[in-house]
Design a protein around this ligand. Structure first.
Ligand SMILES: Cc1cc2nc3c(=O)[nH]c(=O)nc-3n(C[C@H](O)[C@H](O)[C@H](O)COP(=O)(O)O)c2cc1C
Length: 158
């Protein structure tokens, strides 16, 4: 069975809510999905999943240190995530508060790992964003990302 992991850091719950909504999108498409806090993920676990989705609150225009640490620790498996599907999402307090730069920083690391990233011609082009708690628009975007990642994984791995 195809497997996805959604990894997040969330101090006040906004990014966590986004993670749960993305998981619903994946599960509806039949992908076995785990949602886990970044601090509980061992880098070696990443090898088990066909898709890895990472979310962070925007902290000074980039990812939280907890997410950066996991990415830095993943160097132990450099080359082994090649060809996996990646995606990212973020919650920030402000429109134009750096949520897109946060997503791009995460995607940048994924690309260096050799992962496959799909953009979106509609909605959040780089990945879903929320301003503070995700509203219905952001929740829809999250479910859409889950569904799109699932479809891509099925194309690549079935
Ligand atoms: C240390 C710190 C830095 C932050 N930096 C930014 C920022 O650069 N831009 C912004 O719009 N919001 C910023 N915020 C606000 C958070 O991104 C926002 O509250 C987010 O929704 C929190 O997500 P969470 O509930 O998942 O923790 C910052 C918050 C903290 C605690």
């Amino acid at each position: 069975m195809l497997k996805a992991i959604i990894i997040y850091y969330s101090l006040t719950g906004n990014t966590k809510r986004m993670a749960e909504s993305i998981a619903e999108g994946l599960k509806k498409e039949g992908v076995n999905t785990v949602v886990k806090e970044a601090e509980k993920v061992r880098p070696g676990e990443l090898l088990k999943f066909e898709a890895i989705i990472i979310g962070s609150p925007t902290y000074y225009g980039t990812m939280a240190a907890q997410i950066k640490k996991l990415l830095d620790d993943s160097v132990e498996f450099h080359g082994k995530l090649d060809g996996k599907v990646g995606a990212a999402f973020s919650s920030s307090a402000n429109i134009g508060g750096g949520n897109e730069t946060t997503i791009l920083d995460i995607l940048n690391a994924m690309l260096i790992h050799g992962m496959i990233i799909q953009g979106d011609p509609a909605g959040g082009h780089y990945g879903p964003v929320a301003i503070d708690a995700p509203d219905s628009r952001a929740m829809k975007e999250c479910a859409r990302l889950g569904s799109r990642v699932a479809k891509l994984v099925k194309k690549l791995y079935k």
